[in-house]
Design a protein. Structure first.
Length: 110
């Protein structure tokens, strides 16, 4: 299972190329690491994977098109933004983003 999660993570990270928050929401603000320090949105080593769609019920983390790449700041919220979690507030937008990939065999369209 751990190996499987690693594979999905690699596909998701390469597909997104970094935190997707700013691409979906121009007001998302800068990316941050788990300690609240600024983090480049393309620094994949600091990114996390968020599980958005429930398409793979019972087979959680098997489908790359169910996940997005987010920095810890946009994924969980922290520091000055604690209390407001971008990922939670933008569930519909994240699902919409994933729809683009799910219907296109996970090939980039833009
Ligand atoms: Zn971010």
């Amino acid at each position: 299972m751990a190996e499987q999660v690693g594979e999905v993570r690699a596909v998701v990270f390469v597909r997104d190329g970094g935190c997707v928050a700013l691409r979906i929401d121009s007001k998302a603000g800068p990316c941050h690491d788990a300690w609240g320090s600024p983090l480049g949105w393309r620094v994949l080593s600091g990114m996390e994977m968020d599980y958005i769609r429930k398409r793979s019920t019972g087979r959680r983390h098997e489908l790359a098109s169910d996940h997005v790449t987010l920095c810890p700041g946009h994924h969980r919220g922290m520091g000055a933004r604690q209390g407001y979690v971008w990922a939670t507030a933008h569930r519909p937008e994240l699902r919409e983003y994933l729809e683009r990939w799910a219907t296109d065999d996970e090939t980039p369209t833009d």
